[in-house]
Every structure is written in structure tokens, then in C-alpha cells.
Design a binder for this molecule. Structure first.
Ligand SMILES: Nc1ncnc2c1ncn2[C@@H]1O[C@H](COP(=O)(O)OP(=O)(O)OP(=O)(O)O)[C@@H](O)[C@H]1O
Ligand SMILES: [Mg+2]
Length: 537
């Protein structure tokens, strides 16, 4: 019992917990405790052991050493259902929904409500799911198959699913990585409500600005060990980041904006999109303006795309890469002055376009194959042109990519699936940069990536731009858009509704432009005359 007078009661304690995978010591002698009604942030670089520690607490990873106590009593959790019975639920970093099933079926998978006749009570499942979704702030038809949903929407469904479990201990592993500001606010509302009801929450995130707002305490892991504990409200992002990486850190966005005035000839127009009418997955009602997206990207320019869920950012990037609509769209796209209409990624790649999608699973990562195989896959054609590709070349290309991005791995032949979430993301980005594209399309490229690696990714993007690559970057983080991009275009309902010069706007102004033009808006562009619309000539 730990009910000593004065000492705060704990809901869960992990004492001296360790876990190895083969030779990799993922978690080392960790002490971690959770008080009732607290939000406890768990911080650390990619591969620090956060997910592993929490998968131990949720019964998914066994074979650990050390002790776990719930309400002061030692427990041995050997499966997720064990943990569920103990009141523990986890929202996973990797979305783990069944694509072909409906939202409601996913939420109640394996514990479907029954009618008195013993059949599945579909009506109740649908109405209960609708209520849960409303709590998370989305309106989605619970009968829609999950495969039709955007990554952010899927993330909200997994949150709804966790809420349906009524857990006393709720673990959230990067719940906001695919959410935009509006949805994050809604989630914070839900967290505050749960906290008041006495639920203990573990909150894992790489978005440092969230921690001070949402958490009470923060524990920092480095290489599997606890290295610091903070009062989350008093902690600064710098303090926390330095504890994470173990050295002073300078979080830089782009290396200097010294290249403000280059000869226009070297930086001509690379991409022009004219009235591109997207097929939004969630058709907007009240659509009356058929006009689509118009924008331009110059060589060496990084153009940001802001917008809420469903604004069309992902659809735009996918269309340009020949995914989804496979060339069936209205409007014109010119690359280097020539009209293009890619019908497949293969064609897009041939045209010099590279794409980093928001969902790693569709990024073509073969999880069971090695980091080496996954990396060289993208460049085999290019290096093969110079003759046959030797094993040695493959290894050296991969090794330098992995080193540049600081991918943490046991060996180049480790399966990609054994890497931590953030490290998988770095592999996706690295191999796209290797293809040396003319146009680089990025959808939330730093999703789940730690602060140190973010800085490195920003540096690499700046470098690519300096070499003349045109970049189109969709992001939900205002700080990232302002810090990295030259201009930001705000999308809403499949149209560009505003354009902001990042040298002149603040994060708050960018946010306001995004929200005003998107919040539940079906017809908002018309009501925003004060914002510059269209694009620069
Ligand atoms: N199933 C597994 N097999 C082999 N190694 C694993 C496995 N799961 C995790 N690891 C290793 O354990 C270490 C910790 O990984 P973990 O996923 O816990 O990191 P993390 O802190 O959650 O990182 P991220 O921020 O990237 O999500 C990493 O080195 C990872 O490669
Ligand atoms: Mg993780």
C-alpha cells in the first residue's frame, strides 16, 4: 500500500520495469507512476521507449522484468483484455482499425451490443457511436467504412473507441499527430472532462506546445531510461527538449532567409495549378462554386498548405501524384510549363514528382522488409542507369541517408516494422529525397518525429529548395508552416481561400485564417473578402 499520509495516492505504478527485443534494450529499469485524475506526459526522442513502456502497461508487450501495481496491488497483465479488465485502454500511435468494417463495427469490435434475441444490436451500436464521435467533435456517419476516412478522421475514431471503453487509465500515444488545430482543441476539451471525472491519462506527443497546456506532470525517457521529471506547467519546451536529446539544442527552422533576392530566371515557375476541381472524399453540401484550386510554386520555393480536416490538402497532393482520382479531374496542371495529368504514382515519379504521404502504411513501406530494401527501392532505377547497382552502393546510399536523418536502428537489415513510429517516418522521407525530385509533395512530413529530427528535416528541406526543388508542404502545425514556408495557401472545401506571406503573419493570424475559412464552413470563402485570395502573378 502506498496510502501514506500526505503522499499522493497512485492509480498505477511501474517499478523497475525493463524490456529487451533481441539485443535492443528498449526500456531500462523504469519507475513510472500515475495519480488519479492526472495527465502525465511521456516525452522522448524517436525510439526512446515510450510506446514500448505503455504497451507493457496495456498488456500488449509481455516478457518484461519489474513490477506493475494497479491501486497498489501487484498485477500481471498478459494480454490487452487483461488490461481492459483492470481499466486500462490505449490509443495507438499506428492506427489499428479494420479498413473494410464500418466505424461503428470498429468501435465495438469483439464486444458488440446484443439485442434480447442475441443478435448484434446494430441500431444501438450506430447511435452510441454517433454520440461518441460527437464528443470528439466530428460528424461522421457511423456506418461508413473506415477505409473511406482520412487519417485524421481515423484518429478520431480510435479516440472514440477508447472512450467507449470507459477506462480509468487511458493511454494516448500521439493522439494528435494527424489532427489539425481545431480537432486538437476539441480533444483537449475531452481530456479536461475525463480528468475531472478522475481518469488518469498518459499523453505521448512530440508537439511540445501541447504539453504545457494539457499535462500536469512530464516524464522524459532517453534510451529507455527515465532522465527527468517536470512539472509540466512550469517546464519550458527548451528544457524538455534538451532532456530528451541530452545536450543543448537549437531548434532551427530554415537555415537563414538570406536567399531573398535571386535572379528570377533561376527561380521560375515550376508548378501551376489552375482551377483544379478535386473529388473530396466527403462531399460538401451546399457546394455552389465549381471553381477549384489555383496556385503556383516556383523553383526553390517552399509553399505551405493550411486547412482543416477535409479542406482538400491531402486530396490535392494525391491528385498531383496520380493517386486516388487517377487523372480524372477538371482543371489544368502544368509542370515546367507543360500540361501534365499523372494517372499513377509511376507516371508522377517519371515526371520528377515525389510524395511523402501522411499515412506511413500507404507510403509503400514494406514493413517486413529491411530498411535497406525499403530505401534502395526508390532509387534502384536511378542508380541503375549508371550501370548495375552493387550491394556496396546500396549499403552506402542507405547508410548515409539513415545517418543524415538520425534513424535509430539496430542494423540496416532490421525490418522497417521493428523501428519506432518516428523512425519509420524518417525512412519514408529519406528515400523520397534520394530520388532527387523537381517537385516534392509532403503531407505532414514531421508527423510523430522528435524535435531533433524535425530540425534536421527542416534543414534538408531548406537544402532541397536551395538546389531548386519546388516544395508543396501540407501541415497542421502553424509554427512549422511559418517557420519553413515562404508562403502559405489556405484551403477550404476544395478551394484556395487565402494566401499569407510567412514573413508578415503571426501564428495566431495563420490560425485565424484557417479557422475562419474552414470551421464547419461550407461556403465560407465568400465571407472572407479581407484576405487576399488567389495567387501572386
Ligand atoms: N517489436 C519490436 N521488435 C524489435 N524492436 C522493437 C520492437 N518494438 C520496439 N522496438 C525497439 O525498441 C526501441 C523503442 O521503441 P519505441 O517504439 O518504444 O519508441 P518510441 O519512444 O515510442 O518512439 P517514437 O517517438 O518514434 O514513437 C526502438 O529501438 C525500437 O526499434
Ligand atoms: Mg512510439
Amino acid at each position: 500500500m502506498d496510502g501514506k499520509l500526505g503522499a499522493p495516492r497512485t492509480m498505477a505504478d511501474m517499478v523497475g520495469v525493463s524490456k529487451s527485443f533481441g539485443g535492443v534494450r528498449a526500456v531500462r529499469e523504469v519507475d513510472f507512476s500515475l495519480r488519479p485524475g492526472e495527465v502525465h506526459a511521456l516525452l522522448g526522442e524517436n525510439g526512446a521507449g515510450k510506446s514500448t513502456l505503455m504497451k507493457i502497461l496495456s498488456g500488449e508487450v509481455g516478457g518484461y522484468r519489474g513490477e506493475i501495481r494497479i491501486d497498489g496491488r501487484p498485477v500481471h497483465l498478459t494480454s490487452p483484455s487483461d488490461a481492459q479488465r483492470a481499466g486500462i485502454a490505449m490509443i495507438h500511435q499506428e492506427l489499428d482499425l479494420v479498413p473494410a468494417l464500418s466505424i461503428a463495427e470498429n468501435v465495438y469490435l469483439g464486444r458488440e451490443p446484443r439485442t434480447r434475441l442475441g443478435t448484434v444490436d446494430m441500431a444501438r451500436m450506430v447511435s452510441d457511436t454517433a454520440r461518441l464521435l460527437t464528443r470528439t467533435g466530428v460528424t461522421l456517419d457511423p456506418r461508413r467504412p473506415v477505409e473511406q476516412l482520412r487519417t485524421g478522421e481515423q484518429q478520431l475514431v480510435t479516440i472514440a473507441k477508447a472512450l467507449s471503453l470507459d477506462a480509468r487509465i487511458l493511454i494516448m500515444d500521439e493522439p494528435t499527430s494527424a489532427l489539425s488545430t481545431h480537432e486538437v482543441e476539441q480533444l483537449f476539451g475531452v481530456i479536461a472532462e475525463l480528468r475531472r471525472a478522475g481518469t488518469s491519462i498518459v499523453y505521448i506527443s512530440h508537439r511540445m506546445d501541447e504539453i504545457g497546456r494539457v499535462a500536469d506532470r512530464a516524464t522524459v525517457l532517453r534510451n529507455g531510461s527515465v532522465v527527468a521529471e517536470f512539472d509540466a506547467r512550469a517546464m519550458t519546451a527548451t528544457e524538455a527538449s534538451e532532456a530528451m536529446v541530452g545536450r543543448p539544442l537549437h531548434l532551427m527552422f530554415r537555415a537563414g532567409s538570406d536567399d531573398a533576392e535571386e535572379p528570377a530566371s533561376a527561380h521560375g515557375e515550376l508548378l501551376r495549378v489552375e482551377n483544379l476541381a478535386l473529388r473530396l472524399r466527403q462531399p460538401r453540401s451546399g457546394r455552389r462554386d465549381p471553381a477549384g484550386i489555383s496556385l503556383r510554386v516556383r523553383r526553390g520555393e517552399i509553399v505551405g498548405l493550411a486547412g482543416l480536416l477535409g479542406a482538400g490538402r491531402t486530396e490535392l497532393l494525391e491528385t498531383l501524384f496520380g493517386v486516388g482520382s487517377k487523372g480524372h479531374w477538371d482543371g489544368r496542371v502544368l509542370l515546367d510549363g507543360k500540361p501534365i495529368r499523372p494517372r499513377s504514382p509511376r507516371q508522377a515519379i517519371k515526371l520528377g514528382i515525389a510524395f511523402v504521404p501522411e499515412d506511413r502504411r500507404i507510403a509503400g513501406l514494406a514493413l517486413e522488409h529491411s530498411v535497406l530494401a525499403n530505401t534502395v527501392l526508390s532509387v534502384v532505377e536511378r542508380i541503375a542507369r549508371l550501370g548495375t547497382v552493387s550491394r556496396a552502393t546500396e549499403r552506402s546510399v542507405t547508410r548515409s541517408t539513415v545517418e543524415r536523418l538520425g534513424v535509430k536502428l539496430a542494423s540496416l537489415t532490421s525490418p522497417v516494422g521493428s523501428l519506432s513510429g518516428g523512425n519509420q517516418q524518417k525512412v519514408v522521407l529519406g528515400r523520397n529525397l534520394l530520388t532527387e525530385p523537381a517537385l516534392l509533395l509532403l503531407d505532414e512530413p514531421t508527423r510523430g518525429v522528435d524535435v531533433g529530427a524535425k530540425a534536421e528535416i527542416y534543414r534538408l528541406l531548406g537544402q532541397a529548395a536551395a538546389q531548386g526543388v519546388g516544395v508543396l508542404l501540407a501541415s497542421s502545425e502553424p509554427a512549422e508552416l511559418i517557420g519553413v514556408c515562404d508562403r502559405v495557401i489556405v484551403l477550404s472545401g476544395g478551394r484556395n481561400v487565402a494566401e499569407l506571406n510567412t514573413a508578415e503573419v503571426t501564428e495566431a493570424e495563420l490560425l485565424a485564417a484557417t479557422m475562419n475559412n474552414g470551421a464547419n464552413g461550407t461556403d465560407s470563402a465568400a465571407s472572407q473578402p479581407e484576405l487576399a485570395t488567389g495567387e501572386t502573378p
